[in-house]
Design a protein around this ligand. Structure first.
Ligand SMILES: Nc1ncnc2c1ncn2[C@@H]1O[C@H](COP(=O)(O)OP(=O)(O)OP(=O)(O)O)[C@@H](O)[C@H]1O
Ligand SMILES: [Mg+2]
Length: 261
């Protein structure tokens, strides 16, 4: 057991097919852990299984020793927040109301309205994703990137010790991508365990402390980005030719893809 998220020998099936096959991985507090792998590798399934949203056929999933999928929903929501790949379409809510959803696990059933503390947390979360000024807009009329930023803010407002995000940057412009990942890294540095599925391997290499590579439902590598991202792995897992270079200032690995002839 670690102080973070421990996934041990987890398998899952869907539609009669094996989707996850003996997945063992760890995400530690204080770290930003990237879950990478090609389309269909099982990333979303693993994140959903972690929260008990899809059934597993074997294995254990614990956070700080507690069986996460088995926890009552409200208790789990006080610990773990999730930003899904395809954001829920919160009909008829304003942007601020969507972010306020993150406070529900902490509100008592007889509480008529959010507390001043809830309001302050929500204001800060909205500011953190650069969405102040959009608060009274109708959520379902907002752009994909604006909605995604608000979903990140909703998760931050939950003040989770475990934060799971499924491709949180896929709709974001480059500035918003860097801002969001920096924000998540800061949360990790202040003690949260953050696990996020990412497709952009250069962003993953630039921001993540550790990477877990899923391929066909199995973990094929995990460790520091510079150890995991090798030309051989990129060839076998992603079927791409690439050269690894170092970022001129950070020294982090950067992938230069060799274009097909
Ligand atoms: N309910 C289901 N029934 C049948 N197959 C499923 C079901 N859910 C997931 N799968 C399959 O499981 C595999 C893994 O899906 P998953 O969504 O976890 O992949 P992913 O790594 O998140 O991919 P992407 O990068 O495209 O988001 C895919 O082949 C998918 O079609
Ligand atoms: Mg997915």
């Amino acid at each position: 057991m670690s102080a973070g998220l421990d996934i041990t020998d987890v398998s899952a099936t869907a539609g009669g097919e094996s989707i996850l096959n003996g997945v063992t991985m760890r995400a530690l507090p204080g770290s930003l852990t990237g879950l990478i792998g090609p389309n269909g590798a099982g990333k979303s399934t693993l994140l959903r299984a972690t929260l008990g949203l899809v059934p597993t056929t074997s294995g254990t999933i614990t956070f700080v020793g507690n069986d996460l999928p088995a926890m009552p929903r409200r208790n789990r929501a006080r610990v773990a927040a999730f930003v899904e790949q395809i954001g829920a379409n919160e009909a008829q809510l304003t942007a601020r109301e969507v972010v306020m959803l993150g406070r529900i696990p902490f509100q008592s059933v007889w509480q008529a309205e959010p507390s001043p503390e809830d309001e302050q947390i929500v204001t800060e979360a909205i500011a953190a994703v650069d969405m102040s000024g959009f608060e009274h807009r109708q959520y379902n009329t907002m752009s994909g990137g604006e909605q995604q930023r608000l979903q990140i803010a909703r998760a931050l407002a939950q003040q989770p010790r475990l934060l799971l995000l499924d491709e949180p940057t896929n709709h974001l412009d480059v500035h918003a991508q860097l801002t969001a990942l920096n924000l998540l890294r800061t949360r990790a540095q202040s003690g949260a365990t953050v696990l996020l599925a990412l497709h952009d391997l250069n962003l993953a290499a630039a921001f993540c402390d550790a990477l877990v590579v899923l391929h066909q439902g199995r973990v094929v590598a995990q460790g520091a980005p510079q150890d995991v991202l090798t030309p051989a792995l990129l060839r076998t897992v992603y079927n791409v030719d690439a050269t690894l270079v170092s970022h001129p200032t950070s020294g982090r690995p950067m992938i230069a893809y060799n274009l097909p002839a």
